[in-house]
Write a protein that binds this ligand. Structure first.
Ligand SMILES: Cc1ncc(COP(=O)(O)O)c(C=O)c1O
Length: 413
């Protein structure tokens, strides 16, 4: 058969993260800083099995085995709404509605589906979550990569792009303002206000992707962009993947009321509804257990790993690599000094069985960021962090010695 695939699907780039995820799981000897996985000890298995048992003991337990509403299970939406208005401060039931989605990946997909035509443009941080970039391309829209300036997308360049967009092709601004993936950075409040004002001035929606927002280890939380959305410009996206378990595939969107129905229509042609069982488990965890204490436990667990990784990295000379210290989340991003030989750096890591994510993978164009590498600090153990960062440190030295030798060779020629 000569398959004729759609232009839409042909534009999507193979995601090496997904392709390699299985391989990584099959190699226990590798110290992996690569994937954004929680460690197994983070799963509240005891509570989940208790909840599960109770759900099956309910007389009307067949209800969660039945088809359910696309918007979400009412019990889940009520529990979630309370948490989002009181703890996270991104939900006001007068102006917004909640929608469950099958992982926040689907939330981005549905948003692009609802707002973008083929040829439309979505502004993105140049280094960003590859899943979102693929969602944009899947609908024939184009991601416009704007470089970072410190911890924020370059706002002057965003403004320039918006001014130049006389045909109003820019429909969305996709941002991960808190504990960015891959950079670990957080946009300061003043920048959040400025980008919101830009969106308002130019009539563009913002998609605030926030799967890591609860995982703060240092300093004070920064208000979400959604918290000052008075104009219905921001769709806020959250997930239970990093605070409960990724396999639940329970994520959610906070959507301005006027936009809600169109996004919902998109969901109905996509999966009709999200897994009801896991919505109920998440709901019961929020109502019958101390969910905030569980999250506090995750913060403590990850903070110890985070602090260790920082202290190990701080032993490395800034002549070899630099990084911006995150305040929370799952990742940080190292940057090799310009003089270092990137290929030798990776060859050394592969030979010594340490896995990291090369910067180009987590970028819109999959090029231009070969000096960057992303490190996850939640999945590896403390021992693996110590051992793995030592190997990274050695790899940097090898990459620097070799490149100096090469320069010497070239100069001698
Ligand atoms: C920024 C960002 N958005 C969305 C996701 C996807 O999350 P989910 O598991 O809820 O689909 C991830 C996962 O790694 C992510 O890093």
């Amino acid at each position: 058969m000569n398959y004729q695939f759609s232009n839409r699907i042909s534009k999507i780039k193979v995601n090496p993260l997904r392709a390699n995820a299985r391989k990584n799981m099959e190699h226990p000897d590798v110290i992996s800083f690569a994937y954004g996985f929680p460690p197994e000890v983070a799963f509240p298995s005891k509570q989940l099995s208790e909840i599960s048992q109770k759900l099956y003991d309910l007389e009307n337990h067949e209800t969660f085995l039945q088809y359910g509403p696309s918007e979400g299970h009412p019990e889940f939406l009520t529990a979630l709404g309370k948490r989002l208005s009181s703890v996270v401060n991104v939900y006001d039931s007068d102006t917004d509605d909640l929608m469950v989605v099958s992982g926040s990946t689907q939330g981005m997909d549905l948003t692009v589906k609802a707002f973008c035509n083929e040829g439309d443009i979505v502004i993105c941080e140049a280094q960003t979550f590859s899943g979102a970039v693929n969602s944009i391309r899947a609908y024939g829209a184009e991601p416009l990569a704007i470089p970072m300036k410190g911890e924020t997308i370059d706002l002057d360049l965003v403004e320039t792009a918006l001014i130049a967009d006389v045909d109003h092709k820019i429909k969305l601004i996709y941002l991960i303002p808190t504990f960015q993936n891959p950079l670990g950075t957080s946009m300061p409040l003043a920048d959040r206000i400025r980008i919101y004002e830009l969106a308002k001035t130019y009539g563009v929606m913002i998609f605030e992707d926030d799967p890591y927002g609860d995982l703060l280890y240092e300093g004070e939380p920064i208000p979400k962009i959604k918290s000052f959305d008075t104009e219905g410009l921001v769709i806020y996206s959250g997930s239970f993947s990093k605070i409960l378990a990724p396999s639940t595939r329970v994520g959610f969107l906070v959507i301005p009321k006027m936009a809600y129905q169109m996004v919902l229509l998109g969901k109905q042609t996509s999966d009709s509804h999200t897994n009801q069982y896991w919505q109920l488990v998440a709901a019961k965890f929020m109502t019958d257990y101390d969910f905030e204490a569980h999250i506090e436990g995750l913060r403590e667990l990850y903070k110890e790993k985070f602090m260790l990784m920082m202290s190990e990295l701080d032993k490395i000379s800034p002549d070899l690599m630099t990084y911006i210290r995150p305040a929370g989340g799952y990742f940080l991003c190292g940057k090799l000094s310009d003089a270092l030989d990137t290929r030798r750096f990776y060859d050394y890591l592969i030979a010594h069985q340490v896995a990291v994510i090369p910067g180009n993978v987590m970028s819109v164009e999959q090029e231009g960021f070969d000096k960057y590498f992303r490190l996850n600090f939640t999945k590896p153990t403390l021992t693996e962090i110590r051992k793995g960062i030592k190997i990274i440190s050695d790899a940097l030295k090898v990459a620097s010695i070799s490149s100096s030798a090469e320069i010497f060779e070239q100069e001698a020629m």
